[in-house]
Ligand binder design. Structure first.
Ligand SMILES: Nc1ncnc2c1ncn2[C@@H]1O[C@H](COP(=O)(O)OP(=O)(O)O)[C@@H](O)[C@H]1O
Ligand SMILES: [Mg+2]
Length: 707
C-alpha cells in the first residue's frame, strides 16, 4: 500500500470548505466529485451549511463518524492550518490543499505553508499542493474528479503531472477532443510535500500507467537523485516512457553571443541535460506532448529505423518522408516480393516504391492490401498511413481495415487522416481502438520518430567504465593555494598543472617578460612555437591580437613578442600585462571545446562541442550533468550535429574519440573532487587522429567557494 493511494484512490473524502454557492471553488470541487460519480463516500464540511447539493453537511471533520482517507481543503491559509490539525486528529491518510495564497505570495502565506508542511511531515501524511488544481482518477472503480475542472476524462493508460493548474484544464479539454484516456492526473502546485519525483515513482509502480506526461516549471529535488532514479524508471526492468514539456526555454543567457561555457550553460541547457540523462523525452509544445503520448500509449516498439509510408496523395507523402528523416528514421527499401505483390492490388499509375502512392481514387481495399503487404516486408519496422479525403475515399472502411491489421501486428502503425469533418468517423474508430491518429503527416512522422528514439534509449549499449587514476592530492594543493589567497582565476600554467593531474596531455610552455627571454624559451621548447598574451583582464586573447601561431625561428619570436604587447596595450590600455606565454605548437587535430559551469541549484554542468568559430556561430554544443561516466559521455559526443567531423568526412581519418571520452570522464571526476571549480573552459582541445590522443591548447579555470 503506497501512501499516495489515499490521494488517488480514496474510499472516503471530506471536502473541507465545501460551499453552497455555485461558482466558488469550494462548491465546484464538491460538485465535480459528486457528479463525477465517485465510487466512495463523500462528506462536505462547512460549519454554516446544513447540506450541499442535498448532501448532509458536517460542522467539522471531527463530526464525521466514519474514517476519512482523503481531505480536500479549500480554505485560506490560516483556517487551512487549523483544518490540517483537525485532519491529523481525525486520522486522515492524505490531504490535498487546492487554495492559493501560500508560498507563492510570501509573507504569512509562506509561513502557513511551512507550518502545514511540518504538521504533515510529523504526522507522516502525504500532502498535494497547496495552490493546485486537484487530483483526477477516471478508472471505473474509483471515478474521482477532485478538481475544479468539470471534465472527467476517459480512463486510459497515460498519467499526467502538471505544475500549472491552469494548463490542466486546457489539457483536459484538448484530451476530450482527442479521445485521450488518462490513468491518473494531478496538479502539484507549490509542492510543499509531494513533488514530481514522488509522483514519478508512484506512476512507475502503477500497473495502469504506461506513459507519463509532465509539465514542469522547475525541478524541486536534487538533480543527481532525479537523474539516477528516473533513468531506472525509463529504462530499467519495467520501463515507463516519460515525456516532458518544460517552460522557460528562451534564456537570456543562451541568446548572448559568447563562446564560453558560463554564458551558454543557462538553466535551459541544464534541463536539457537532466532530461536526456534521465531518458525523458522533451517536447517543445503541448501538441507534441500529446502526439508522443498517443504513440507511446499503444505500446508497440519499432525494432529499427525503417519506415514505410502509404498515401493516397503525393504531397503529404513527401512531407511525411522529410519529417521521418528529420526525426531519425529512414525510408525502408522494399524487397522484390513486396513490389511484385503490390502490383497485384494497385493500378499501373501507382508508386510501388516507398512512399507507396495508392492514388487518389483508392477505396478501402487498396489501403488494406497495401498495408498488409508492406508491413510483412522484413525490411519494414513501422508504417505511416496517410489518408486525404477524396471522392472515392472510404475513411471509415480504411480505418476498420487498419484496426484489424494493427490488432495482430507487432510493428507500430501511425495514421494521418487529414481533415476534420470528412474523416471524423474513421478517426474516432482508430482512436477507440488505440491506433495513433494525427491530423497531419508531419505529426505522425515525428511521433514515430519518438517511438524509435525511445527504443534506442531502451536498447542503448552499456560499456564498462574506464579505469583511470588521478593525482587528486596535487590538484587539491594547487586549488587550496589559490583559495587561501582569495584569487579566483587560475593562470594558464597552473590550469595546465591541474589538467595534467587528470590525465590530460598538455604542451610545454613558459612565461616570458622580454623578447630575449621568449627566444630562450622557444629554443628550449623547439620550433615552431605559439605565443599568447597573459593578462588577467584579457580572457579572449585572440580578440586582442594576443595570439601568434606557427612561429618558426628566433626572429619571428622576437617580432611576435613586440607586436603582442603592442596589440594588447591598444586593446586595453589599463590591462596589467604579465608577459607573453611561449608554448609548444600542437600537432594537427580537430578543435573541440570542453567546459564546466557550476549552478547553485543543480551542481556542475559539463559542456562539449566543436571549438573555435563553431561555438560562437553555430553553438553546436551539448550539456550533461556531472557525475557522468563513459556511457553518458559517449552519447554526449554523438549528440552534437558536427559529430561526423570527428568520425572523419570524405576519407579523412577518424579522430581519437576514445581519448576524448576519457578526457570528459576525467573532467567529471575533477569537478566532483574539487567543488571549488566554478567555471572551466578548455578551448581548444585538439583531438588528433585515432590512437594519438588529445592536446590542451588553452585553459581558463575560475574558482569560488562551493555553496
Ligand atoms: N599551442 C597551440 N598549438 C596550435 N594552435 C594553437 C595553440 N594555441 C592556440 N592555438 C590556436 O589559436 C587559437 C587561439 O588561441 P587560444 O589560446 O585559444 O586563445 P583565445 O581563446 O584566448 O583567443 C586556438 O583556437 C587555436 O586554433
Ligand atoms: Mg581559446
Amino acid at each position: 500500500m503506497d501512501k499516495l493511494d489515499a490521494i488517488f484512490s480514496p474510499e472516503s473524502i471530506a471536502v473541507i470548505g465545501a460551499s453552497t454557492q455555485k461558482g466558488k471553488v469550494g462548491h465546484d470541487i464538491f460538485a465535480n466529485i459528486l457528479y463525477g460519480g465517485f465510487q466512495g463516500t463523500l462528506y462536505p464540511v462547512n460549519p454554516k451549511a446544513r447540506s450541499i447539493l442535498s448532501v448532509k453537511c458536517y460542522q467539522t471533520i471531527a463530526h464525521i463518524l466514519d474514517p476519512i482517507d482523503l481531505a480536500m481543503i479549500i480554505l485560506p491559509p490560516r483556517p487551512a492550518v487549523k483544518a490540517v490539525e483537525a485532519c491529523i486528529a481525525k486520522g486522515v491518510k492524505g490531504i490535498v490543499i487546492v487554495s492559493a495564497g501560500f508560498k507563492e505570495v510570501g509573507g504569512e502565506g509562506l509561513e502557513m505553508e511551512k507550518k502545514i508542511q511540518q504538521l504533515c511531515q510529523d504526522a507522516d501524511i502525504r500532502l498535494v499542493g497547496p495552490n493546485c488544481l486537484g487530483v483526477i482518477n477516471p478508472s471505473p472503480g474509483v471515478s474521482l474528479n477532485a478538481s475544479f475542472s468539470n471534465r472527467m476524462p476517459q480512463p486510459g493508460n497515460i498519467s499526467f503531472i502538471s505544475q500549472s493548474g491552469a494548463l490542466c484544464t486546457a489539457v483536459l479539454d484538448f484530451a476530450a477532443d482527442q479521445g485521450f484516456g488518462f490513468s491518473k492526473f494531478v496538479s502539484i502546485g507549490n509542492k510543499a510535500d509531494v513533488d514530481e519525483l514522488d509522483l514519478l515513482r508512484y506512476y512507475h509502480a502503477d500497473p495502469n500507467t504506461d506513459v507519463v506526461m509532465i509539465y514542469m516549471e522547475e525541478l524541486s529535488c536534487d538533480a543527481q537523485t532525479f537523474i539516477r532514479e528516473v533513468r531506472e524508471m525509463t529504462s530499467g526492468l519495467n520501463p515507463t516512457p516519460v515525456i516532458a514539456i518544460k517552460s522557460g526555454t528562451s534564456d537570456a543567457g543562451a541568446a548572448a553571443a559568447a563562446s564560453h561555457t558560463g554564458s551558454l550553460a543557462g538553466s535551459d541547457a541544464v534541463y536539457d541535460a537532466i532530461f536526456s540523462q534521465s531518458g525523458i523525452m522533451r517536447c517543445s509544445t503541448v501538441n507534441e506532448l500529446f502526439d508522443y503520448a498517443k504513440a507511446l500509449a499503444c505500446k508497440k516498439v519499432p525494432r529499427g529505423d525503417k519506415i514505410a509510408i502509404v498515401t493516397n496523395a503525393g504531397g503529404p507523402g513527401i512531407i511525411a518522408t522529410d519529417m521521418s528523416e528529420n526525426s531519425g528514421l529512414k525510408l525502408a527499401k522494399f524487397t522484390q516480393d513486396t513490389i511484385r505483390e503490390l502490383h497485384k492490388y494497385l493500378p499501373p499509375t501507382a508508386n510501388f516504391h516507398n512512399p507507396v502512392d495508392v492514388i487518389g481514387d483508392a477505396a478501402r481495399d487498396r489501403y488494406e492490401n497495401t498495408l498488409a503487404t508492406v508491413i510483412s516486408d522484413p525490411g519494414v519496422d513501422s508504417v505511416l498511413i496517410i489518408l486525404t479525403p477524396q471522392s472515392m475515399t472510404d475513411a471509415m472502411g480504411t480505418a476498420e481495415a487498419i484496426v484489424n491489421i494493427a490488432r495482430s501486428e507487432v510493428k507500430p502503425i501511425v495514421c494521418a487522416f487529414m481533415g476534420v469533418v470528412d474523416v471524423s468517423d474513421g478517426v474516432h474508430l482508430l482512436q477507440e481502438n488505440h491506433v495513433p491518429v494525427y491530423q497531419f503527416p508531419e505529426s505522425a512522422a515525428r511521433a514515430m520518430g519518438a517511438l524509435y528514439a525511445n527504443n534506442r534509449w531502451l536498447s542503448r549499449r552499456r560499456l564498462p567504465q574506464y579505469e583511470m587514476s588521478h593525482d587528486v592530492e596535487k590538484a587539491r594543493a594547487i586549488i587550496d593555494g589559490y583559495m587561501a589567497q582569495g584569487i579566483d582565476t587560475l593562470g594558464e600554467l597552473d590550469g595546465n598543472e591541474i589538467l595534467k593531474c587528470y590525465g590530460f596531455n598538455t604542451l610545454e610552455m613558459a612565461l616570458a617578460t622580454t623578447a630575449d627571454e621568449a627566444v630562450d624559451i622557444a629554443r628550449k621548447i623547439g620550433f615552431p612555437v605559439v605565443m599568447k598574451i597573459v593578462s588577467p583582464q584579457i580572457l579572449h586573447k585572440s580578440d586582442a591580437g594576443g595570439v601568434k601561431v606557427g612561429l618558426n625561428n628566433e626572429a619571428a619570436v622576437k617580432k611576435a613578442f613586440d607586436s603582442i604587447i603592442k596589440n594588447a596595450r591598444q586593446y586595453n590600455a589599463k590591462a596589467t600585462l604579465d608577459g607573453v606565454l611561449v608554448q609548444q605548437m600542437a600537432t594537427k587535430g580537430k578543435e573541440v571545446i570542453l567546459g564546466v559551469s557550476r549552478h547553485a541549484a543543480s551542481g556542475h554542468v559539463i559542456m562539449f562541442g566543436l571549438g573555435g568559430i563553431f561555438v560562437e556561430v553555430y553553438k553546436d554544443v551539448v550539456f550533461r550533468m556531472a557525475p557522468m561516466g563513459r556511457n553518458v559521455v559517449r552519447r554526449m559526443i554523438k549528440a552534437i550535429k558536427g559529430y561526423p567531423i570527428l568520425t572523419g568526412v570524405r576519407g579523412e581519418a577518424p579522430a581519437d574519440i576514445e581519448a576524448l571520452e576519457k578526457n570528459l570522464v576525467s573532467l567529471s571526476a575533477m569537478v566532483k573532487n574539487h567543488p571549488e571549480i566554478k567555471e572551466l573552459d578548455i578551448n581548444p582541445l585538439f583531438v588528433h587522429v585515432g590512437g594519438e590522443g588529445t592536446t590542451v591548447a588553452d585553459i581558463i579555470i575560475s574558482l569560488a567557494p562551493p555553496a
